[in-house]
Structures are given as structure tokens and as C-alpha cells.
Write a protein that binds this ligand. Structure first.
Ligand code: E4P
Length: 211
């Protein structure tokens, strides 16, 4: 399973990339704004640290604007993946980028049909936002299962990128459901490691070894 880190904080990416469990990075306009930096500078720095896909989102909402912005972002580094929103113009842009050999991550996916359309247009990744579905009383995980079945039925190469992950339970659930990728916030990556019995067991082993 592929793990991306869901952040625009350079220090967090450095720290977790060293752990060996991070294969790429996802950013979005909110994460970039929170980091206080400039998108181009952040993506450039991330590409120097991480040898894997780095999603950078376009702000334009019209086809021409998405192509212009996405093409500029793609020039930063070959690992940059252009994140486009799941709209009509976003779908058209996905198809255009696909024909021009630029990888895309179709974001803000909340239904299996949206994922199907993105896959038909050659998206490299689709990002179903499971946490935001849970927030409105739906079961985000069910969406991952549906997309998985559809993509398997037709052998789509598009990868399922489980996004909006809010808990360690989410990570386990999307792994069980067969999601190709999970993008995980730094705080959760740390929580995945912890288990009280590991700490207690290690303490006892070390104490016994001293006897
Ligand atoms: C990543 O690609 C998404 O933008 C991110 O996971 C959204 O997470 P949120 O719903 O917690 O903002």
C-alpha cells in the first residue's frame, strides 16, 4: 500500500520521509495557506526532499485556467501531479493532461460515479474524501469499496487515493478495503505506531536484560 503524507509543512515531510514509510505528498489550497508559504516554493522544496508523487492543486476553475496553471506546476518537477477538482472543466482538464502525459489527481470526489468519470478520462488518482462524508452522516468507507469494485470490474489503471483520513481506524479500514493509496496527516502517522503493550513489553525486556 502506498502512503502519502497530507501536509504542506516542509519539516513534517522531512521528519516522516526519513522514517521510510512515506511514498509521496498531497497538498491542497487550505494546507498551503496554513503553512503560510507560496505554493511554487513549497512544491519545489517538497520535490527536493521526496522521490515520489507530489500533488499540487490548481486554483483556476475554468478549463483554460486549469491547463495554464497545471502546466506551470508540472514544469517544477517530473514528480508533480496536478490536482484538479471534480467539475466539468476539471474532467475536461483531466483528459487534456492525460493526452499530454501529465499526471492528475482528481480531488473532491464524493460519489462512485464521479470516480468512474475521472477514471474514464485518464486520471492517475481519484481522491474520495472519506472523513468529509462521515462528517455529514454518510459512511466514507463504503465509497472506497464501491470505487474499488468498479475499477476492478473494468481494469482501470487509476489509483484510489483515500483522502480526508481522520483516524487510525480510517487507515486500517481503507487498507482492508483495498485502497491503493492513503494520504495521512502527520499527527496520525505518529499515532499509527503507538501501542501501549509495545511500550510496556519493551520496558520489561530492557529491565529483564539488566538482571
Ligand atoms: C488530500 O488530498 C485532501 O485534500 C485532504 O485529505 C482533505 O482532508 P480534510 O477533509 O481533512 O481537509
Amino acid at each position: 500500500m502506498i502512503f502519502f503524507i497530507d501536509t504542506a509543512e516542509i519539516d513534517d515531510v522531512k521528519e516522516f520521509y526519513d522514517w521510510g514509510i512515506v511514498d509521496g505528498v498531497t497538498t491542497n489550497p487550505s494546507l498551503i495557506a496554513k503553512s503560510g508559504g507560496n505554493q511554487k516554493e513549497i512544491i519545489t522544496k517538497l520535490a527536493e526532499i521526496v522521490d515520489g508523487p507530489i500533488s499540487a492543486e490548481v486554483l483556476a476553475t475554468d478549463f483554460d485556467g486549469m491547463i495554464k496553471e497545471g502546466s506551470e506546476l508540472a514544469k517544477i518537477h517530473q514528480n508533480v501531479v496536478i490536482k484538479v477538482p471534480m467539475t466539468i472543466d476539471g474532467l475536461k482538464a483531466t483528459y487534456w493532461f492525460h493526452k499530454n502525459h501529465i499526471r492528475t489527481n482528481v480531488t473532491l470526489v464524493f460519489s462512485a460515479n464521479q470516480a468512474l468519470l475521472a477514471a474514464k478520462n485518464g486520471a492517475s488518482y481519484v481522491s474520495p474524501f472519506i472523513g468529509r462524508l462521515d462528517d455529514i452522516g454518510h459512511t466514507g468507507l463504503e465509497l472506497i469499496r464501491e470505487i474499488k469494485t468498479i475499477f476492478d470490474n473494468y481494469n482501470f489503471e487509476t489509483k484510489i487515493l483515500a483522502a480526508s483520513i481522520r483516524s487510525t481506524q480510517h487507515v486500517k479500514d481503507v487498507a482492508l478495503a483495498g485502497s491503493d493509496v492513503a494520504t495521512i496527516p502527520p499527527k496520525l502517522l505518529k499515532q499509527l505506531i503507538k501501542h501501549p503493550l509495545t511500550d510496556i513489553g519493551l520496558e520489561k525486556f530492557l529491565a529483564d536484560a539488566k538482571k
